[in-house]
Design a protein around this ligand. Structure first.
Ligand code: DON
Length: 317
């Protein structure tokens, strides 16, 4: 007789700490793989022998391993949070200014913008994140304070802050971002001063957080928009579903296909080596290991997420 299928969302049947321990041991044997993001000078000296992972479930429980309490530069992971703020401000009108299609191109690519008349392919490429930044600047009285408050409330950590050294380093080396912002502005798809948009974008990228903070910060996407840390409804259930779907198709840029193949979770990476992921209805996760693959995603972070979904059966596929 065929057994009824198990409930894939029932995580009580797993020893999550044991699974994290196994993954950590495997990853440690591979320390040294990948290359840190030296195109941002202040990130060039981050040691590669770091690995942390944290899981945040909607009941407030945290499971963690390794360097899960060591802060790092969250970089593009912040694009998930600024997308949430931009959608809260203008709703579906956002999609008139940025598309929600995978790009198949690197995160800092300019090429499609010319053909597509200044409408970025998705909110997770740098070009698309500049649109979210512009919307936030136009619609919140205190944009920086709003972002910081949002990250502190989502993570439940009032000490979350930005790293001025990283922001300055990006301001001094962000030639492609300057080009992107000016190009988008030439199509009249930025309302604010180009430098103000860039400064806000550098600020969000320079947020310094650890795996536990970040796993908590995306837990609302696993619980129909409800944030356990603050008790707030951050977005609607439909909003959470939509953000997760864009993370799945575009959150890891031109590696989104490979992530679906090997990991099978909505995810968003940053060149600081962090990756957040969501198991819809189950948990928010974060992994961190600074060595990047050629697409700019944490190499060992991706391996850890692959092992996690295979050991737990929690891939959405
Ligand atoms: O603008 C940049 O290039 C960086 N501040 C962020 C890029 C990033 O994190 C891409 N993610 N993998």
């Amino acid at each position: 007789m065929r057994m009824p299928p198990h409930n894939p969302h029932d995580i009580s049947r797993h020893d999550l700490d044991d699974i994290l321990g196994t993954i950590s041991q495997e990853v440690r044997q591979r320390f040294g793989e990948g290359k840190v993001a030296d195109y941002i000078p202040s990130l060039a000296h981050v040691p590669k022998d770091r690995f942390g992972m944290a899981l945040a479930t909607p009941d407030g429980k945290i499971h963690e391993v390794g360097h899960a309490r060591e802060r790092f530069s969250i970089q593009s992971v912040s694009k998930v949070h600024t997308l949430t703020l931009a959608l809260a401000a203008i709703g579906d009108d956002l999609w008139k200014r940025v598309d929600r299609e995978p790009s198949g191109d690197p995160f800092n690519s300019l090429v499609q913008l010319e053909y597509e008349k200044g409408i970025p392919r998705n909110p997770f490429m740098n070009a698309g994140a500049l649109i979210s930044a512009d919307v936030i600047l136009s619609h919140y009285d205190d944009p920086e304070g709003t972002l910081l408050g949002f990250m502190r409330a989502r993570s439940g950590n009032p000490e979350v802050g930005t790293d001025e050294v990283v922001a300055k380093s990006e301001r001094e080396s962000g030639y492609r971002n300057v080009a992107l912002a000016n190009f988008i502005r030439s199509f009249k798809n930025l309302d604010n001063d180009v430098q103000d948009v860039l400064d806000f974008y550098y600020l969000q990228c320079s947020l310094s957080m650890d795996c536990v903070d970040l796993a908590r910060s995306v837990q609302y996407l696993a619980d129909a928009g409800h944030c356990e840390s603050s008790g707030e409804q951050v977005t609607t259930a439909e909003g959470a579903t939509r953000i997760n779907s864009v993370m799945m198709t575009a959150g890891t840029y031109d590696a989104a296909g490979d992530f679906a193949f090997y990991v099978g979770l909505p995810a968003k990476s940053g060149v600081g080596g962090g990756i957040v992921a969501v198991v819809p209805h189950v948990m928010g996760l974060c992994v961190w290991s600074p060595g990047l693959d050629e697409k700019g995603n944490s190499q060992l972070g991706r391996y850890a997420l692959h092992r996690f979904t295979r050991m737990t059966g929690l891939s959405v596929f």
